[in-house]
Design a protein around this ligand. Structure first.
Ligand SMILES: Cc1cc2nc3c(=O)[nH]c(=O)nc-3n(C[C@H](O)[C@H](O)[C@H](O)COP(=O)(O)OP(=O)(O)OC[C@H]3O[C@@H](n4cnc5c(N)ncnc54)[C@H](O)[C@@H]3O)c2cc1C
Length: 755
């Protein structure tokens, strides 16, 4: 949601939420650059802090303590957060290619996507060993490994391949945790047999001899078998073969060897080194493409070669931020020389650690506490996000816009003054040319042969169902918003038991430079069209205007046999009330705007909003649904009352059975509600035993307005359980029976709440 009136002049796109770019986000949040739009593309919502990973494995930290919420941080930074993986770059057209969404255009690009242990050079390693990176995948795999060890019934032989600090730390953390878990499970004698396998002559080869000697002692005391000078050359299930002919029988194998770059990076055409890492100069700028920057493990500073370690990625963050700002403002970049010596604090799993720096070493519990303090302080920087004043009204800084852009911006200022006109026709034509609406025989005149209006045939045995919806963007991602808006608009058609036929789009786009407006329009319509096409709806026309903020809506037509129309008013006494999606989008997105929602909550809400109601409607029909509506702006209670009135019935509503989105209870408990909620609250007079339930924490969510909410239907009692089971199997996993229809009672109130 672009909330300032300043046109977007440049797009800075960050790929990967690594240790450097979290600092970029924080710093841009503290000091925004007017006219610059930030976008973060990252495959994880919660990004791990590698320094605390062994502590997470050892059980000293929780998941939340060791992960940074990129959704919240992006919101703080005013950045769009695209939860997706980059899979390539179109350097010629300055676009990032993503796994699941249309390409993302940039003026300036920065990559901080980390590295992963190379398993491809050893046959069988990828299939049979668990790579420790990407770390997020490792966290899941570690949980699975833990379960296997606990279920084995005999000691597990564990081998970690890689004798650097990462390998040693992980092995000791795993051993510590498994010993405790096994003891707690009554399997005290089943301690794992731990092995460390490395091709170097020494463990911890990049550390000084004192550190090595301390770790040799620790490993000996902990009963870890160390195999130095053993290069793993082949891995089979249960076996590692080494270059010296030895074979090690192992039940679990972990891969913590030297790091490699993701394969797609080398294919982009960027200058890369022999391991596929992006070559950057001392400005952290690509040696081949000046508009591309890189930091952290994925970057190789050609003039200052350093090991791949999180400490460098962290230190590069502020330098990267400065140079990105300078590049955006067309100012000279500042060189950066990374330090040669750095402090490492390597833990031994049991709240004990060894400090290492050049020739110096120190060990003890106090060293672990020191490490713990440093790590927690680092994490706090990204957890405690200050309230920032609105920056609206600031001017575009000098240097950001070139002469052409300045001319366009001046013309815009004049246009904003009055005419609020249609979006330019060339721009619209170009955007529409990229779209392929589904072709339908009953569309006689549509986008394939544009005219003043669309012409659509209605089959003689069907009636037509019309509906219209239009609303402001609730997410800062035009592609996702397009999908949500289309899905929301189709909801009414499905709720009537109809199948959609055609749609007309109406969109408002924020004023801006033509290239940016065109990109927004293309992303918006691409998202919308994916949803319309999936449901068999032909987009036959529309209208696009300029305005203060992004908004989109659709007039949709549907077809249904007249006797199959599913109205709101058909509820019968005894029917079970079935709700197909959880509630909570209103409060969650209100909280997101205030930086109070967790990233995973918002992603889960988005997933729910993107789920089509089409299959659910068909299923409800098959189970003889008597009445149906989609739950949207009036909230569950508002839409329920609309069903009860025409049917002349009451309902017993089980508050505890109403499915809720994760986080909705937390955000509503903070008193955060959608701005529509107060109007919906007026309907509380329909509730009979208000005083008894009004203090229930779930109660306010009955009034929470939904975007692209689920279907609420009455289903005959004998069919309800089977209907719910099928809906759940079809992907509506949170479907629930939330109440029962009763004969109309004496009182004025028609909703009787059960807690
Ligand atoms: C067990 C272990 C312990 C370690 N401990 C330490 C330590 O104590 N100190 C230290 O200095 N170093 C440590 N390291 C090394 C450290 O993990 C790395 O050097 C560091 O994580 C690199 O940081 P980064 O910012 O480059 O990338 P990462 O931290 O790996 O972050 C990469 C980010 O990019 C995202 N991403 C990746 N690919 C894509 C894609 N295609 N599209 C979109 N997003 C993508 C990921 O989701 C992630 O958010 C340890 C390593 C291991 C394995």
């Amino acid at each position: 949601m672009q909330t300032t009136n300043i046109p977007i002049v440049k797009d800075l796109v960050l790929v990967g939420g690594g240790h450097s770019q979290i600092a970029v986000l924080k710093k841009f949040g503290m000091k925004p650059l007017p006219g610059v739009r930030l976008t973060l593309i990252c495959k994880d919502v919660m990004t791990p802090y590698s320094g605390m990973l062994p502590g997470l494995i050892a059980g000293h930290y929780s998941f939340e303590e060791t992960h940074i919420d990129l959704g919240r941080l992006s919101r703080f930074a005013g950045a769009r957060f695209y939860n997706d993986a980059a899979v390539g770059l179109d350097l010629a057209n300055k676009r990032v290619l993503c796994r699941t969404r249309p390409p993302v255009a940039y003026d300036l690009l920065s990559l901080n996507i980390g590295s992963a242990p190379v398993t491809s050079s050893v046959p069988g390693a990828a299939e049979n060993a668990v790579p420790v990176k990407p770390i997020d995948r490792f966290v899941v795999r570690w949980e699975q490994l833990r379960e296997r060890v606990l279920a084995r019934g005999k000691p597990t032989r564990i081998g970690v391949v890689g004798g650097g600090a990462g390998g040693v730390e992980i092995l000791l953390a795993i051993q510590y945790r498994l010993q405790r878990l096994l003891a707690a499970d009554g399997q005290g004698g089943m301690d794992p047999q731990c092995n460390l396998i490395t091709d170097t002559a020494e463990i911890l080869p990049t550390h000084n001899p004192r550190v090595r000697s301390k770790f040799r002692r620790v490993l000996r005391e902990r009963g870890v078998q160390v195999y130095t000078g053993h290069r793993a050359v082949e891995v089979e299930p249960g076996l590692i073969r080494c270059d010296n002919g030895s074979e090690l029988a192992l039940d679990e194998m972990l891969w913590v060897t030297w790091a490699g770059a993701a394969g797609w990076v080398a294919e982009t055409g960027l200058d890369v080194d022999e391991r596929g890492f992006i070559r950057v100069n001392h400005f952290l700028q690509s040696t081949s493409h000046p508009e591309v920057f890189a930091a952290g493990d994925i970057a190789t500073m050609i003039n200052h070669l350093r090991p791949k370690a999180g400490v460098f990625a962290v230190r590069q963050g502020p330098k990267l931020t400065k140079n990105l700002r300078r590049a955006l403002l067309d100012r000279p970049l500042k060189p950066y020389v990374p330090q040669k010596q750095f402090l490492s604090l390597v833990s031994t799993g049991d709240r004990y650690a060894v400090a290492s720096r050049s020739g110096w070493a120190l060990e003890g519990r106090a060293v672990w506490r020191w490490k713990d303090w440093i790590d927690r302080r680092f994490m706090d920087k990204f957890g405690d996000l200050p309230e920032m004043p609105e920056s609206a009204g600031a001017d575009i800084p000098r240097g950001l816009a070139d002469r052409d852009a300045i001319r366009e911006i001046s013309a815009l200022a004049m246009r904003c003054g009055g005419c609020g006109a249609k979006v330019g026709s060339t721009l619209l034509t170009r955007a529409l040319a990229r779209l392929e609406p589904v072709a339908r025989k009953d569309v006689l005149v549509g986008l394939h042969a544009p005219d003043d209006a669309a012409v659509v045939a209605v089959p003689p045995d069907r009636v037509m169902v019309h509906t219209v919806d239009f609303f402001r963007a609730i997410v800062d991602d035009p592609y996702l918003f397009g999908k949500i808006a289309a899905n929301h608009s189709l909801g009414d058609i499905f709720a009537m038991g109809a199948e959609p036929q055609t749609a007309l789009a109406i969109a408002t786009l924020p004023y801006g430079l033509e290239a940016k407006v065109e990109d927004t329009l293309t992303q918006l319509l691409t998202g919308a069209l994916e949803v319309l096409n999936d449901s068999g709806t032909a987009l036959v026309g529309g209208h696009t205007g300029e305005g203060a903020e992004l908004a989109l809506g659709f007039a949709v037509n549907g077809l249904v046999e007249q006797d199959r129309v599913l109205s709101k008013g058909g509820l019968q006494t005894g029917d079970r009330l079935v709700l197909t999606k959880p509630l909570g989008t209103g409060t969650l997105f209100a909280a997101d705007m205030r930086h109070k929602a967790k990233g995973p909550w918002i992603q889960a809400a988005l997933t729910s909003m993107l789920q089509s109601n089409q299959q659910a409607a068909r299923c409800l029909h098959r189970y003889r649904a008597t009445a149906c509506t989609d739950v949207t702006g009036f909230g569950l209670l508002g839409h329920l009352v609309e069903m009860l009135k025409p049917a002349g019935v009451d309902v017993e509503l089980d508050l505890g059975a109403v499915p809720l989105l994760e986080g909705a209870l937390e955000t509503i408990a903070l008193g955060i509600a959608s701005s529509l909620q107060p109007q919906n609250l007026r309907l509380r007079r329909a509730i009979s035993d208000l005083e008894a339930v009004a203090d229930d924490p779930r109660y306010p969510l009955l009034f929470d307005p939904q975007t692209a909410g689920g279907l609420l239907a009455g289903v005959p009692a004998d069919a309800a359980e089977a209907c719910v089971a099928e809906l759940r199997r079809s992907g509506y996993e949170r479907t629930a029976i939330i109440g029962q229809v009763q004969p109309r009672g004496e009182g004025l109130e028609s909703v009787h709440l059960l807690r």
